[in-house]
Write a protein that binds this ligand. Sequence first.
Ligand code: PEP
Length: 249
Amino acid sequence: TPGIRPLIAGNWKMHGLRAEGLALARAVAAGAGGVAAELLVCPPATLIAAVAEALAGTPVAVGGQDCHEREKGPHTGDVSAPMLADAGARYVILGHSERRAEHGETDAQVRAKAMAALAAGLTPIVCVGESEAQRLAGEAEPVVARQLAGSLPEDFAVQGGVVAYEPVWAIGTGRTPTETDIAAMHGAIRAQLTRGTGGPAGARVRILYGGSVKPGNAAAILSQPDVDGALVGGASLVAADFLAIAAAA
Ligand code: PEP
């Protein structure tokens, strides 16, 4: 989208012990010079502080992969948004389909987490996307519209939140929607974001595409209208691939 700096975000998921995670982060930073897009890596929670320290002074930002909706309290095993910010994170991925599927996260919970992230000064990246059955049934756009309506806080656009469209059936499968389908969905998301009070702020929200983005398909996907970057899983674990995707933005 004209006037929007693309964001290329790497979701490392549950990958990375200390040595390999730091090596990956450093390799991304080493190749970041001259990349027009903003770069973000989202390591597992255990590595956020160390990666943030290693990337200090580089143009590569760090993010979390989830946060709790409360600031603190009796929630064993969880990590709060202020904790992520304190560790050096600036972004947090929320409502990823793996969290929705494996942890039963609902739109309402994702919305509460997004509010917590904003309150902590983090930029939430809220993930939405239809299943294969929903797409085959012709329901992809209404499903995503419903997820957006339920997952985004009122002031999401004004506060600079990011949306990631990730069709569930394209994640980790090597399959992607057609460029036409990606453009149609991103257009529908943009229309929803700019409707009503969202207006001008909604026009500036970055809408990322995620799902089997690779160096070979990045340019075609990233050149679609209203595709303002990518959320990259598997390919973000190889610095050269992640940087090649970023170079295509
Ligand atoms: C993701 O899980 O956010 C993702 C896009 O994964 P992949 O790139 O591996 O499909």
